[in-house]
Ligand binder design. Structure first.
Ligand code: HXC
Length: 522
């Protein structure tokens, strides 16, 4: 007796299973092999790593393109080159789209875009994070303008969802032309070293138009965007590392601006002293030290998660946890450029502050700043405009804001690092703090110019005057006396005080004037 062909419903089920299996193969074995040879995972393999085992649920697998132009009527593109769906990451729901380079280069046509719209709409309705894993040759050339329109719909959703749900993009292959703008509109951009690039126009066009010669990687590779342009927040080693870091980042973020902050169990004590901080400030005022060590000392288990590690190193932005709850840290780093504020540092800190505020993550600021960077380069790059962003971002933020002054806190930059009247809820200073309009030498050269030049011994007189200015301002007591800082604390008590304050301020609510939206200086 031969095996009987199934009939009726059983036949339909088999037909469905076979069709699904065929679609799941995406671009086929040869293309998958090519992808692996390039050191890249396929879209399905990436999603397997993003989601907790067996939790991913794909939607709209059967969607097909409907273009008949330039031979597309004869071309099948499995899943139309993009896998969309949802699942659990560290036990929490996250929506995602993963472009599949093995299927027609992951090119984005009308239906490919509509699948992405669908999953973004679901994420917005469900108020859950959205992750985009990009690996695409860009707009599907054969389809023409519907492809461009597809991007338009994605940009629109990126914007509507901004500040509502966290949006993360991982660039895991090529991204050229206008396609770069969806990543740029999302909150966080990851790139993979050697296998991903982003640029508006590639090396060939650049050479033809302005005669400049540059490689793909130099122009738009992960390290370039992580260290020069600041377009990318994380330059990762390979696909696995990239996805592991996306999962890490998600662990610090709430589902939406309406969701509670994720709380993880904390074995570290809120009363832990940090004796190493008593010795971190060098005796010589001009000497740098690594503020990252301060941030690590204060964080639960000394763990920090740092975006933009390679860009604008004079300021640190980082997520930490205090008693298991996420906190956003902004800190000058005197190890680089004396911790000065410049155009890039202002941009970096402002965007981070606005992200944290949008998602209710409290802000902890460590200040050791000599001022804003002087010079024509910075003035003409718009330090006034960019520096204003920082003031705006801190002032508009309604989350708990705690500031710790470790050493210098001079001039406009003192205000820029979340001073009391910029809206800090609580300002603390270490005994090494110096809160003044400017450094003693510079101040005396201005206010005592005539007196110094007419003195019998100008150098000796200058030294005397500088010493008296330093006595007045090179300490936290004048500011403490005025109530401009709340408290002078021992460095070793910083974690204790911060933990107690975050607990005390956890239900802080601040109501602002009703209006459409602020107009941050961009
Ligand atoms: C249609 C595309 C495609 C595209 C790649 N493919 N990009 N199909 N539209 N944009 C297809 C190829 O035809 C090929 O199909 C398969 O994907 C794999 O591509 P290869 O070229 O063989 O791969 P590789 O050698 O690795 O080169 C990758 C690449 C190259 C560098 C990305 O494919 C490329 O230059 N593509 C075009 C890039 C581009 O100019 N895109 C438009 C940008 S403008 P088969 O069938 O042979 O497997 C844009 C505007 C967006 O995107 C605007 C938004 C506002």
């Amino acid at each position: 007796m031969g095996t009987e062909e199934p009939k009726g419903t059983a036949a339909k089920i088999r037909e469905f299973e076979e069709a699904k299996e065929a679609l799941m193969k995406m671009g086929g074995e040869k293309m998958i092999e090519k992808q692996h040879e390039l050191g890249k995972l396929t879209a399905r393999e990436r999603l397997d790593r993003l989601y907790d085992l067996g939790t991913f649920q794909e939607i709209q697998l059967f969607v097909k393109h409907r273009s008949t132009l330039f031979g597309l009527d004869k071309k099948e593109i499995n899943a139309d080159g993009v896998i969309v769906g949802f699942g659990k990451v560290n036990g929490r729901t996250v929506f995602a789209a993963a472009q599949d380079f093995t299927s027609s280069g992951g090119s984005l046509g009308e239906m490919h875009a509509k699948k992405i719209w669908k999953v973004m709409d679901m994420a917005l309705d469900a108020r859950k994070p959205f992750v985009s894993l990009n690996d695409s040759g860009g707009a599907r050339i054969q389809e023409g303008v519907p492809s461009l329109d597809g991007y338009g719909g994605i940009f629109y959703r990126n914007t509507i969802g901004s500040g509502y749900i966290p949006q993360i993009t991982a660039i895991m292959g090529p991204t050229a032309g206008g396609a770069v703008y969806s990543p740029a509109l999302t909150d966080w951009v990851f790139m993979v070293k050697n296998t991903s690039y982003m640029y508006i126009t590639g090396p060939d066009v650049i050479k033809a138009v302005i005669g400049e010669e540059v490689t793909h990687d130099e122009l738009g590779g992960a390290v370039s965007h992580a260290s020069r342009s600041g377009v990318c927040h994380f330059a990762t080693e390979n696909d696995e590392d990239c996805i592991a870091k996306v999962r890490d980042l998600l662990s610090y973020l709430p589902d939406s601006c309406h969701g509670p902050l994720p709380l993880i169990e904390c074995e570290d004590s809120p009363d832990r002293e940090c004796p190493e901080l008593d010795e971190i400030i060098p005796d010589k005022a001009a000497r740098g030290y690594d503020m990252k060590k301060v941030v690590m000392s204060v964080a639960d288990n000394n763990v920090i998660f740092e975006p933009h590690e390679m860009w604008a190193k004079n300021v640190i932005v980082a997520f930490i946890r205090i008693m298991g709850k996420p906190v956003g840290v902004i800190a000058n780093n005197p190890r680089f450029g004396a911790g000065v504020l410049d155009v890039d540092a202002s941009d970096k800190a402002s965007r981070f502050i606005r992200f944290c505020d949008a998602f209710n993550i409290p802000l902890l600021t460590f200040s050791d700043v000599p001022g804003y960077m002087p010079g024509t380069k910075q003035e003409w790059a718009g330090i006034i405009r960019h520096g204003a962003k920082l003031l705006h971002a801190y002032s508009e933020a309604t989350v708990p804001k705690i500031t710790v002054v470790t050493r210098k806190d001079y001039g406009g930059a003192y205000i820029g690092m979340c001073s009391k009247n910029l809206g800090a809820d609580y300002v603390m200073a270490w005994p090494s703090a110096e809160i003044a309009v400017m450094g003693a030498e510079g101040a005396c050269n201005i206010i005592y110019r005539r007196e110094i030049s007419s003195a019998e011994d100008p150098a000796a007189r200058r030294a005397e005057l500088v010493a008296s200015y330093e006595k007045q301002f090179n300490n936290p007591y004048f500011a403490a006396g005025m109530g401009i800082i709340e408290e002078i604390i021992l460095p070793r008590d910083t974690r204790k005080r911060v933990a107690a304050l975050l607990e005390a301020l956890k239900d802080k609510t601040e109501v602002r004037l009703k209006k459409k939206h602020n107009n941050i200086p961009l």
